[in-house]
Design a protein around this ligand. Structure first.
Ligand SMILES: O=c1ccn([C@@H]2O[C@H](COP(=O)(O)OP(=O)(O)O[C@H]3OC[C@@H](O)[C@H](O)[C@H]3O)[C@@H](O)[C@H]2O)c(=O)[nH]1
Length: 406
């Protein structure tokens, strides 16, 4: 049918031998558009358009422009330079008197500090880190599932526009635009991490994988908080960073020990394989305000027990040591209750006999060494626990509060 129509069409317009085109008029190509413009009054619009374009072109700045996102800068050393460059442009926005003066970033989007996500940021260590970052002027996003973290640890930042909090479990993927990731999310007390071992190792492996994937995707720097437990029950004492450890792969602590070891492996593989900038911090036994009161670790247990006038629980023969090995019954007794009783209990499985970091490299490379002695730090924790256990600052049970500062 279609071909028939086409055929008929051809038939309807047969070529004529007598056809002779008109001779071309060369001036018509020039005069026709001019006549059109005059007839339709388009000239006015053309002139207005030229005027507007000239106005913006004259005002626009020809300095080199920086990309809006700096999350792909290769390293820390280049980042601040670019951030400073953003801000030193002065009127780059569209504020009064600065129309188009070189800016490509609207004022409202101007960046003031780094955008940092802290997983586990509502926890004991995480919340202290958040305080530090906030004080530095960074924008902080706390990601926490509140298994051991508490809103109270960070609620003093509520209402601060630089602070955000997301209830999220890191075993699920998360997409955020950030410059740095501090990955702390994982229960750290043996009592907590042994509570649901499969969840613990999942958090360490899948959670770390998710956060490393995020770091790779947005070009963020990544810090993993690992643990001294990667050394297991160490055969080398004190432990240096190059020591590979002595870990039971099938024990009750393995979900944490091996989980963190795998997290370290993933971190280094993303560094080698995907050029993610990474840091790993192996944290030894830490104590201080905001620790979970009943989280089962030795310092928090001793402090809470002493405040409540309960016996201090010593597991095993009490000869095991840690890097705060002077947290002895004597120190806690002196600080809180000189008459505290001691109760010996069977030790837990695979409990490391001794642990102490060799901090020579940290001193040499980072200039780092601990500054707060136990005698100064412990009273700070005691007053925090006293307030949370008894609900106020009142002296209780005849124990004295020791005032101290860093
Ligand atoms: O009430 C208690 C609690 C603990 N202990 C003993 O005190 C020692 C320290 O135990 P903790 O539970 O405080 O801490 P651990 O050293 O076993 O593990 C810690 O290691 C480093 C961090 O990564 C973690 O916070 C945690 O896993 C152990 O020998 C434990 O058996 C007691 O004697 N009494």
């Amino acid at each position: 049918m279609g071909s028939e129509l086409i055929y008929r069409g051809h038939e309807a317009q047969p070529l004529s031998d007598s056809y002779s085109p008109k001779p071309p008029k060369p001036w018509i190509a020039v005069t026709r558009p001019i006549r059109y413009v005059l007839r339709e009054q388009r000239l006015v619009f053309v002139l207005v358009g030229i005027a507007i374009a000239t106005f913006f072109f004259t005002l626009s700045d020809h300095r080199p422009h920086y990309p809006i996102s700096d999350s792909h800068f290769p390293d820390e050393s280049t980042r601040p330079t670019h951030l400073v460059s953003y801000q030193s442009h002065g009127g780059f926005g569209f504020g009064p008197g600065s129309l188009g003066s070189g800016g490509k970033i609207p004022l409202g989007l101007r960046r003031k500090g780094l955008r940092i996500v802290v997983t586990g940021g509502a926890g004991f260590v995480g919340s202290h880190l958040v305080d530090r970052l906030m004080a530095r002027g960074d924008s902080v996003i706390v990601v926490d599932n509140f298994f051991t973290g508490r809103k109270e640890n960070v609620m003093h930042h509520f209402g601060n526009p630089n602070f955000e909090m997301i209830r999220h479990d890191v075993v699920e993927p998360l997409l955020l635009e950030v410059d740095q990731i501090y990955h702390l999310a994982c229960p750290a007390s043996p009592v907590h991490y042994k509570f649901n071992p499969v969840k613990t190792i999942k958090t360490n492996v899948v959670g770390t994988l998710n956060m490393l994937g995020l770091a790779k995707r947005v070009g963020a720097r990544f810090l993993l908080t690992s643990t001294s437990e990667v050394y297991g029950d160490p055969l080398q004492h004190p432990q240096v960073e190059t020591y590979w450890g002595n870990v039971n792969p099938i024990g009750v602590r393995s979900c944490y020990d091996e989980g963190k070891r795998t997290a370290e492996t993933l971190t280094m593989d993303y560094h080698r394989g995907a050029a993610v900038e990474v840091r790993i911090a192996r944290i030894f036994n830490t104590y201080g305000p905001r620790m979970c009161i009943d989280d089962g670790r030795v310092v928090s247990n001793f402090v809470a027990q002493a405040l409540r006038k309960e016996p201090l629980t010593v597991y095993g023969d009490g000869k095991q040591t840690r890097s705060f090995q002077y947290v002895s019954d004597l120190v806690v007794q002196e600080t809180i209750d000189p008459n505290a009783r001691i109760e010996f209990r069977p030790n837990t499985e695979d409990d490391p006999h001794k642990r102490k970091p060799d901090i020579t490299r940290a001193k040499e490379l980072l200039g780092w060494e601990p500054k707060v002695s136990l005698r100064k730090g412990l009273p700070l924790m005691v007053s925090d626990f006293r307030q949370r256990i008894f609900g106020d600052h009142k002296e209780s049970g005849g124990a004295s509060t020791t005032k101290s500062s860093d």
